[in-house]
Design a protein around this ligand. Structure first.
Ligand SMILES: Nc1nc2c(ncn2[C@@H]2O[C@H](COP(=O)(O)OP(=O)(O)OP(=O)(O)O)[C@@H](O)[C@H]2O)c(=O)[nH]1
Ligand SMILES: [Mg+2]
Length: 300
């Protein structure tokens, strides 16, 4: 092995980002990778899948797993999301538990119980440190130290890229010695069509209110490269009710058109080439509770 870290040992491992919804897991994943891979929104429960991102550095490869926020499931889609997060915990050598710098540790009790059962190395990431005074973080650090669960306790701001280098160093230190799992030029294992569908879903999370984002799922039905022409992407947005379809499309189709245009630009930036994006909206009643549909949509 040419590149070595530290003192001659190459390290490679899986690291899961876990935590309650909205703690900044996907933002941190993107900041660590210095690339926007995972979608982010101000709403909880944005991430629905386990998403793999590969961080290569001098003498290490860290395979990051972004996960859906942990919560008590209320319907089968949320059960599938929890399962995806728990699977990531099982697969990982390192667990990064994200909490917010303004969150009472009492709220993390269940997650602490969960990770306490794992033999993986554990790091608490106290995120969103930009939103509090530095000294208010000290009692949190003391609290997490006293649990005896964690190898490191690291305050960061994923948004402002603050203290991320220290986090990467700790992550690499926690990984076992071993060869890389993926070639150095690979960033993820998910196909382009998955990222295209996620980017469309992100626009729905950013643009629509109330239950609409939660009632939507997006599937890319066709993704065709066409020689000499733009790539053709045909995606379908599924909602649960006719009324939601109406809101999504908007008067004279304006809302959907605007969302589609924004998504197209984001997809083009992600793929680094022009695309033609076609969006359709359809209704599948209660798809979030329907095992066959959850399977068809890739959640099971
Ligand atoms: N101020 C501040 N905001 C942050 C930081 N990290 C994330 N956020 C914001 O927190 C919100 C949630 O971020 P996400 O990355 O989507 O959170 P998540 O944990 O992936 O959420 P789920 O996928 O729903 O579980 C977004 O509005 C982010 O911009 C941070 O360090 N500082
Ligand atoms: Mg997320």
């Amino acid at each position: 092995m040419e590149k070595q870290y530290p003192s001659g040992i190459y390290r490679a491992g899986y690291a899961a980002l876990i935590g309650r919804p909205n703690t900044g897991k996907s933002t941190l994943m993107n900041t660590l990778l210095m690339q926007k891979l995972a979608i982010v929104s101000p709403r909880p429960q944005t991430t629905r899948h386990k998403i793999l991102g590969i961080l290569n550095g001098e003498g290490y490869q860290i395979v990051l797993l972004d996960t859906p926020g942990l919560l008590a499931p209320r319907y089968p889609l949320q059960e599938a999301m929890k399962k995806a997060a728990l699977q990531a915990v099982e697969e990982s050598d390192v667990l990064l538990m994200l909490t917010e710098a303004f969150t009472d540790p009492a709220e993390e009790k269940e997650i602490l119980g969960l990770i306490g059962k794992s033999s993986a190395q554990k790091i608490v990431v106290i995120n969103k440190s930009d939103r509090v005074e530095k000294k208010s973080i000290l009692p949190l650090i003391r609290h997490y130290r006293d649990t005896g669960l964690f190898r490191e306790i690291i305050p960061v701001s994923a948004l402002k890229n603050d203290n991320i280098d220290a986090l990467i160093k700790s992550l690499a230190d926690c990984c076992p010695a071993g060869d890389p799992f993926y070639p150095p030029d690979q960033i993820s294992n998910a196909p382009e069509r998955f990222f295209a569908s996620e980017i469309i879903r992100e626009q729905i999370f950013l643009r629509y209110g109330e239950e609409i984002p939660y009632a939507c799922t997006v599937q890319v039905r066709q993704f065709r490269e066409r020689p000499g022409r733009k790539d053709f992407i045909d995606a379908v947005i599924t909602v649960e009710r006719e009324s939601q379809k109406g809101i999504l499309i908007g008067r004279e189709g304006r809302s959907l058109k605007a969302a589609g245009e924004a998504a197209r630009k984001e997809i083009e930036a992600f793929l680094n080439r022009p695309v033609f994006l076609q969006l359709t909206v359809r209704v599948r009643e209660k798809w979030r509770s329907h095992p066959d549909l959850l399977k068809e949509f890739g959640y099971l």
